[in-house]
Ligand binder design. Structure first.
Ligand code: FAD
Ligand code: NAG
Ligand code: NAG
Ligand code: NAG
Ligand code: NAG
Ligand code: NAG
Ligand code: NAG
Ligand code: NAG
Ligand code: NAG
Ligand code: NAG
Length: 563
């Protein structure tokens, strides 16, 4: 395995690291200094040495003394769990365990529960951990082409990062050269030849910017439940709470521009490079190349009914069991009426673009009554647009970031909800899970969407599922690798109950169990074999492999941060 060392000067200020990423290994030719210099020249000087986000809080970096920078550290502590702050830093991920080496515990994180907790950084060596030591701030197609050339010549693995949301750590990459794709936040609304309207987004665009732009143009972009989610959402099937009516992100993608590992800049759509287009609609992260632009269909401005139903924070486990049971009992009806949303222990937040306010109110009355009778609240609010809903209800309630967090998930068949026996078995499984974890259920499957068979490469299980069922589990910032492994195993075991309830179904690649068993089947089902062929066509040398991207047998656990 190659080793990429960042050589730092012991006296330099943390952010003025010497630009001396050098490859050194006993088993392979080292990357010469000249290789780095010429790479930097060919990318217009945009090759950077990376650094951990929290480095200014530490007194030691990679075994060398360094000077902490108290004002800078205070700013980092203050903003540690802010997704906008994190997405602006190359060395930060939404779930910071991906900044930590998964086998050695080397890393540089703060205590997210209290970022000022000195035990995180006092007498602790800050290390790069799982962060790529060098990255290119990609601004042009030729930057990507230069990275491929460099990788082929030197054997240094490539990774691709956008906003850093990946729950499986695929946008991190110890010892890799990273392509940071946050450039070109432009929008290009297009009235296409065909009968749809679409928006073209550069990879720097955040969800919230997309929504804002669409709103200003009187249209609706269908997307995720978070301000900062980026490109990875569109590439890997992304669900929206509007997906039950308007489809998955892959259903709505009409064109992708990509630099494939042979260096070609290609346009993929239904008439050009259509095999590649099919693969990109769900095939996996960066497995087929580096994407520069994505064009997605938009809908007219929508009037939405939003059900906002909350339970009190002190609800007992028995109350929670009944709460989830109520949602199991009613979800199929809700889905058929056009509702999509999230169900948690704290709330049901659902939206509906099909019903009027009084119909929406009576549809949700059973849940509102349950909540109010247990000391909670409920209402159905009519909003003039998706953006209005997003600003009023999502920006304040989106999933928190900055803590070490993993997910266990499963796509649950619609058929399970259609019989009394199915509902009973699901309710029992949820009740049994409650002492270990509280479910975070996403009703974001394309239940009513008129899918054209064969147009995307996601597992067909999405098409026969009602819930993307999941539960989050947190690590402590200072958990050992052994402790993390134990938690991973427990999560896999608990998800198994739901796998057993839904044989033949699958899981969501972006939000799956990190150690999803038989992940090729779970994420792609019968589409896997064709994906593998397309991978072999476009990336025969496997420059673009990533963890459980399912596209080769050659990637290793090493990709996940072991040395
Ligand atoms: C707080 C939070 C909320 C979320 N909410 C939702 C939600 O509502 N709906 C939903 O479907 N998902 C949701 N997700 C999951 C999210 O969609 C995925 O994690 C998605 O991959 C994030 O994309 P990113 O670009 O921000 O992340 P990154 O981690 O930067 O990248 C994700 C993947 O895409 C690859 N990639 C990124 N840019 C490119 C590129 N230009 N070319 C090629 N490959 C690239 C990366 O290599 C990596 O494999 C959420 C995640 C978090 C942490
Ligand atoms: C790349 O070149 C630019 C401009 O010449 C320089 O500022 C930067 O430090 C160089 N990067 C590295 C990693 O040496
Ligand atoms: C971070 O926190 C500080 C306060 O410590 C604040 O002044 C600053 O604006 C915040 N944001 C960024 C991007 O640093
Ligand atoms: C639009 O359709 C016309 C007529 O079919 C065709 O000549 C033209 O090339 C199309 N334009 C684009 C951008 O596809
Ligand atoms: C959006 O709709 C409003 C109200 O109908 C109109 O005033 C405005 O010009 C429209 N904007 C665009 C960009 O079409
Ligand atoms: C929950 O808290 C409320 C006050 O916030 C209190 O009235 C109620 O009795 C509590 N319920 C339980 C089950 O403890
Ligand atoms: C769910 O449905 C079952 C079977 O009809 C019923 O026994 C149970 O009381 C219902 N639970 C709730 C909370 O509605
Ligand atoms: C709302 O929708 C229902 C069902 O379609 C319909 O019967 C009712 O008349 C509508 N109410 C209003 C106020 O439009
Ligand atoms: C559940 O969905 C999967 C995937 O679509 C399918 O193979 C399986 O037959 C379904 N099971 C039931 C009971 O409907
Ligand atoms: C982790 O940090 C917390 C908070 O500082 C501390 O209470 C705990 O003992 C630490 N655990 C380990 C394993 O070091």
């Amino acid at each position: 395995m190659f080793r990429l060392f960042v050589l730092i000067s012991a006296v330099s200020a943390p952010l003025a690291l010497q630009p001396a990423a050098a490859l050194s290994t006993s088993t392979a030719p080292a990357v010469s200094w000249n290789d780095w210099v010429s790479l930097n020249a060919s990318v217009g000087g945009r090759l950077h040495v990376s650094g951990p986000l929290a480095l200014p809080c530490f007194s030691s970096f990679a075994g060398h003394p360094t000077h902490p920078d108290p004002p800078e550290c205070a700013a980092i502590q203050h903003n540690y769990t802010d997704p906008l702050f994190r997405s602006a830093h190359f060395g930060a991920f939404m779930n910071p365990q991906w900044e930590i080496c998964q086998t050695t515990d080397a890393g540089c994180v703060l205590d997210s529960a209290d970022p000022t907790d000195p035990s995180a950084f006092t007498g602790v060596d800050c290390e790069l951990g799982n962060i790529a030591p060098a990255y290119i701030d990609v601004q042009a197609v030729k930057d990507i082409q230069a990275a491929y050339t460099f990788s082929r010549k030197t054997g240094v693995r490539l990774s691709v990062k956008n906003k850093g949301h990946d729950y499986k750590g695929r946008s991190a990459g110890r010892n890799s050269l990273s392509l940071w794709m946050v450039f070109d936040a432009h929008f290009q609304p297009e009235t296409c030849n065909t009968s749809y309207r679409a928006i073209t987004i550069g990879t720097g665009v955040r969800m919230e910017q997309l929504y804002q732009f669409a709103d200003a143009n009187n249209v609706t972009a269908i997307g995720g439940y978070h301000r900062t989610i980026g490109t990875g959402y569109f590439l890997v099937r992304g669900h929206s709470i509007l997906s039950p009516v308007y489809g998955l992100a892959v259903d709505r993608t009409v064109e992708i521009k990509i630099v494939t590992p042979d260096g070609q800049y290609r346009t993929a759509n239904e008439c050009q490079n259509s095999n590649l287009f099919w693969a990109l609609r769900g095939g996996g992260g960066s497995a087929f190349g580096v994407v520069t632009e994505i064009t997605v269909r938009v809908e007219p401005r929508l009037t939405l009914q939003a059900a906002i139903i909350r339970l009190p924070a002190n609800a007992s486990l028995d109350t929670l069991a009944a709460w989830y049971e109520l949602t199991v009992n009613n979800s199929l009806r809700w889905g058929e009426q056009g509702w999509g949303g999230h169900i948690t222990a704290a709330s049901i937040i659902h939206v509906n673009p099909l019903l009027n306010n009084s119909a929406a109110q009576s549809s949700m009355q059973v849940a509102i009554d349950f909540a109010t009778s247990h000391g909670g609240s409920g209402l159905v609010d009519e909003l003039p647009s998706w953006y209005a809903f997003f600003e009023k209800y999502v920006t304040s309630a989106e999933a928190p970031v900055g803590a070490e967090l993993m997910l266990g998930t499963r796509l649950l068949n619609t058929s399970l909800f259609a019989t009394e026996a199915g509902r009973a078995s699901l309710s029992t499984a949820i009740t049994n899970l409650l002492p270990f974890a509280t479910p975070y259920i996403i009703v974001g499957t394309p239940l009513l969407y008129p899918y054209v068979e064969g147009t995307t490469s996601v597992t067909p299980a999405w098409r026969s599922a009602l819930w993307h069922f999941g539960f989050p589990i947190e690590f402590a910032f200072n958990d050992t690798a052994g402790a993390r492994q134990t938690i991973y195993q427990e999560v896999t075991q608990h998800v198994q109950v739901f796998r057993d309830l839904t044989p033949g179904s699958g899981a969501y690649f972006n939000e799956g169990d990190v150690y999803e068993p038989n992940h090729e089947q779970a994420y792609w089902g019968p589409n896997y074999a064709r994906l593998l062929q397309i991978k072999d066509t476009y990336d025969p040398d496997h420059l673009m492999d990533c963890w459980q991207c399912g596209t080769s047998g050659t990637y290793l656990v090493a990709n996940h941060g072991s040395s």
